[in-house]
Write a protein that binds this ligand. Structure first.
Ligand code: BG6
Ligand code: MG
Length: 220
């Protein structure tokens, strides 16, 4: 028995870039310093907590109502940016891996903190390759809490120990480990180095690597 739970943004699609651009537009408008490097800390973090990280010490200048309005403004910009996503937006290797998992009889899920996950999955055209989708509107506690991944494992009908999580965010790696799952981290080891296996991109992940991680922790 096995299952694979994919984060969405930065793992299956480069929507992390769209999140960045939408936050940058907001930061520029309200005059708060922000750049790509600062944006790295926002990977995998839910909308309001991302805003609080972006504002940093400036957060005290704004009321709760203003912060809600900033989140709505950022999301409106993000929704505009993702409107153009097509199956061509899949990151290298993502479609091939989902197809190989389906052929191997290993069910796959998307578990994303994003409340926009379902329309993005639909635009990517991968719904038929997924057994379950869990998005940020379905859980009370955001990553690094494991709630999202535990719900995904339950929807796959798999025990957490039989699931591999694929993540590009530190909060997501922590969530997978906290849920008792094996984790493949994508990207900078400074960010995802706590995972059992770190790769540069989704195209380096194979069915054999997933089976090896689940069988005895040995990777290939
Ligand atoms: C995560 C992204 O997948 O979703 C974060 O990595 C984002 O950058 C979070 O803040 C929430 O997304 P949304 O679409 O609900 O604002
Ligand atoms: Mg991500």
């Amino acid at each position: 028995m096995a299952g694979v739970i994919f984060d969405l943004d930065g793992v299956l699609v480069d929507s992390a870039e769209f999140h960045y651009r939408a936050w940058q537009a907001l930061a520029d408008r309200i005059g708060v310093p922000f750049d790509r490097q600062a944006n790295e800390a926002l990977r995998g973090v839910d909308r309001m907590n991302s805003l609080l990280l972006l504002l940093g010490p400036h957060a005290v200048r704004f009321s709760e109502a203003e912060k809600e309005a900033f989140c709505a403004e950022k999301n409106a910009q993000y929704v505009l940016l993702i409107a153009d996503i097509t199956p061509a937006g899949l990151l290298p290797g993502a479609g091939e891996l989902l197809t190989a998992l389906r052929a191997a009889g290993i069910p796959a899920a998307v578990a994303s903190s994003s409340k926009n996950a379902r329309p993005v999955v639909a635009s990517l055209g991968i719904e038929s390759l997924l057994t379950a989708i869990v998005d940020g509107s379905e859980v009370k506690r955001a990553k690094p809490d494991p709630e999202l991944f535990l719900l995904a494992a339950a929807r796959l009908g798999q025990a957490p120990a039989q699931c591999v999580v694929v993540e590009d965010a530190q909060a997501g790696v922590e969530a997978g480990l906290a849920g008792g799952m094996r984790v493949i981290g994508i990207g900078d080891p400074a960010r995802v180095g706590a995972a059992q296996r770190v790769v540069h991109g989704t195209d380096e992940i194979s069915v054999a690597m997933i089976r090896g991680l689940l069988e005895d922790g040995v990777t290939v």
